[in-house]
Design a protein around this ligand. Sequence first.
Ligand SMILES: Cc1ncc(COP(=O)(O)O)c(C=O)c1O
Length: 404
Amino acid sequence: MNPHLDELNDFTFTRLARLLADVTAPVGLAPINLSIGEPKHPTPALIIDALRSHTASLAQYPPTKGPLALRQAIAAWIARRFSLPPLDAETQVLPVLGSKEALYSFTQTIIDPTRSNPRVLVPNPFYMVYEGAALLCGAKPHFVDYDASTGQYRWEDVPESVWQDTQLVIVCSPDNPTGTVTARERWRWLFEQSDRYGFVIVADECYSEIYFDEGAAPIGALQVAAEAGRHDFRRLVAMGSLSKRSNAPGLRSGFVAGDAALLAAFLKLRSFNGAAMSGTVAAASIAAWNDEAHVRENRAAYARKFRELTPLMARHLPVAMPDAAFYWWLPVPPSYAGDDERFTRELFAATGVTVTPGTYLSRPSQSGATPGRGHVRVALVAAFDECREAVDRMAAFLARPPLS
Ligand SMILES: Cc1ncc(COP(=O)(O)O)c(C=O)c1O
């Protein structure tokens, strides 16, 4: 067996299922699951229609690199969305089966386990795949803690000795779970650090299209790199996905774009790992990347939920509109003394609403703190009325006097 498997925690939702296994929701209240970031708005008809009309591709093995038409659609979308000159669809873009798969296999591509102390810098709290991908190829994650008082990750705390061993830095922007968008200055500083120490940066941007003000789209890493004259995107890739943008988490479709030399190595690995995209999925993906109307409609639905429901939740717990993405990152009430697992269990028992304990999205960092502890993540993915119902139930629960 791969000995690194023993270093992994069970995945977030396996732990959550275990936590709630012996808890029952109140009779008569339909359960509402706000724990998993799985979009529940309808998948647009243009994706479903394209799938139906491209079934002939099922009779062929798909090319690992994906069809040129898909790479061109992605390259054109990136250029439109981030105000960039068009990327080279031959060398700077690759389709992937969602960003989860890409995070795992790209880490495999980059990490050299034969160098001493291979390190991956990972934000904390974070999407668990970052850690799993690092550990399984023999690297050690170094955690960069979130500072709730500034709303930023503390990259400046990383010691010199760790920068020296760092081979890969993963940045999530907009961030799961905190909703933070990485600022321009921070990207620029990370690029300078990459020039100094030689590490590769992955920008996980799968939430880039979920934001609340049509006129204020979050910036992207490729955009900041190009603004700084780094048109070759050296040592940088960005990942995008149709899962959240186009409400198609089951399509398994995304991209990796950026540094052509890194993508050539990634393509080589992919010719062995079997993660080529079906031609049927590629056709549906082309339709999705070429259309923005459904994306604007989707955003409007999230904006309504966050604008109307955040003030209601803020009456009970300190929460503000996130910069972007579809999560609230809520501190548990003081009476729980930071015990987010107990809060999650009691909330479910009283209301039938499931949230994710922050502890399951975090690890004890070098300082000994677990920055996710004392928080829960709430994914406002369900339809408006269901989210409203969940907030009403949570409000009633939070208004109850604590048990002494
Ligand atoms: C931060 C982050 N990255 C990547 C993913 C994977 O998304 P997908 O593989 O559907 O593109 C998720 C899914 O929730 C996520 O939250």
